[in-house]
Design a protein around this ligand. Structure first.
Ligand code: PLP
Length: 401
């Protein structure tokens, strides 16, 4: 990568910190920088590139639909949009009553869900909305208000009123509902940005019982865990829980901007014409890509691969230096380390041609394409093992203070 590029990026792009390489090309699970260096991409654009890079199904859908019809106003529906809505309802298992709203990102999906919560509260009189400790729901003012992290929130107050943070324990959940007045709770079935943190056993089921009992909405943020990432279409399907609404985005169109909200049952009747919309959301081009990506995942039985490769990765890293355990499901894997050296591990990996990330000081996250096979897994295990060994060696040589 040339310094010119990096200098221009720092000057021209807002709030860009710590960029490491200018990537110019991708194919399958590999990307190349502007100097021709090849990297194994096991971050997948942060759980976005579900079919990897430049997959024929993706390229074909973009080029074909762009040549037919890219965008129409939302005074009109399109066959692509209707097909995608029907597909999402089927995959989520909403039955006939389900409805779908299409947007362009995870944040917008959660903003839509927040407005759903307000509409519901308007009917029931409940004013509080709950989010969980460690949650990440996005960075617009509404979604940020549901993202209780000081570094993200503090420069931007005042935030939305009426939002309370609940500890990730069943006791904490019960206490929050005991206070009453809950319009909705937002939950990520696995908290990706917090470091691939799983909820305690039975947490989602208890949240379902409490929301049903109190007449509150159970809203699941599956922006990261949905679209097949965990080996099910949606992570809630692993728990046998049916939410009132679920948001999705990242992997759904494999790198084309698309997100949205799926509602179940009575929650499908809350929005009415005039209450919400998006100019770009669900246009024929984005919808065609969503159909192609989800369709390919289905036809190629990639969810089975997600489950099998996830297990292979977890087994493969289990006995590596510094590794204390693994978390997550399918191909959303958090690798916990014995010391707060995750950013060093990510840097050592990058210098060996492997892209992973460090969502927290002692966790490495990998979220590769659903299409990975034995060669990609073997390459990952080799490079990741070398990166860990290098950091472990540095740690050993450090003289304790
Ligand atoms: C990434 C993410 C978001 C935000 O999605 P954007 O597409 O970046 O707006 C929201 N919630 C979760 C769980 C996410 O992982």
């Amino acid at each position: 990568m040339t310094n010119d590029w990096k200098g221009a990026a720092g000057r021209d792009l807002m709030s860009l910190g710590g960029r490491l390489a200018d990537l110019v090309r991708g194919e399958g699970s590999h990307v190349w920088d502007d100097e021709g260096t090849r990297y194994l991409d096991f971050l997948g654009g942060i759980a976005v590139n579900s079919l990897g890079h430049a997959h024929p199904a993706f390229v074909d859908a973009v080029t074909r639909q762009a040549g037919v019809l890219s965008h129409v106003s939302n005074y009109f529906a399109s066959p692509q949009q209707l097909e995608l809505a029907a597909r999402l309802k089927r995959l989520a298992g909403t039955g006939d009553e389900g409805r779908v709203f299409l947007a362009n990102s995870g944040t917008e999906a959660n903003e839509t869900a927040l407005k759903l919560a307000r509409l519901h509260g308007g009917k029931t009189g409940a004013t509080r909305i709950l989010c969980l400790e460690g949650a990440f729901h996005g960075r617009s003012m509404g979604a940020l208000s549901l993202t209780p992290k000081a570094a993200y929130q503090d420069p931007f107050g005042p935030l939305l009123p009426g939002i309370a943070t609940v500890p990730r324990t069943i006791d904490g959940l019960e206490a929050a509902f005991a206070e009453g007045d809950v319009a909705a709770i937002f939950i990520e079935p696995i908290q990706g940005e917090a470091g691939v943190v799983e909820l305690p056993d039975g947490f989602l089921a208890r949240a379902r019982e409490l929301t049903s009992h109190h007449g509150s909405l159970l809203i699941l943020d599956e922006v990261q865990t949905g679209s097949g990432r965990t080996g099910e279409w949606f992570a809630f399907q692993r728990e046998g829980v049916v939410p009132d609404a679920v948001t999705f985005a990242k992997g759904v169109a494999g790198g084309f901007p698309l997100g949205g909200l799926i509602t179940f049952g009575a929650a499908s009747e809350l929005f009415y014409p005039g209450t919400h919309n998006s100019t770009f959301g669900g246009n024929p081009l984005a919808s065609a890509v969503g159909n192609a990506v989800l369709g390919h995942i289905e036809e190629a039985h990639l969810l089975d691969n997600v489950t099998a490769r996830g297990a292979q990765l977890r087994d493969g890293v289990a006995n590596m230096p510094l590794v204390t355990g693994t978390r997550g499901a399918g191909l959303l894997v958090g690798i916990t380390l014995a010391a707060p050296v995750a950013s060093q591990v990510a840097a050592e990996a990058l210098s060996r041609g492997l892209i992973v990330n460090a969502p927290t000081a002692d966790v490495i996250r990998v979220a590769p394409a659903y299409t990975i096979g034995d060669p990609e897994v073997a390459e990952f295990l080799k490079l990741f093992g070398e990166a860990l060994a290098a950091v472990a060696e540095n740690e050993k040589n450090e003289i304790p203070a």
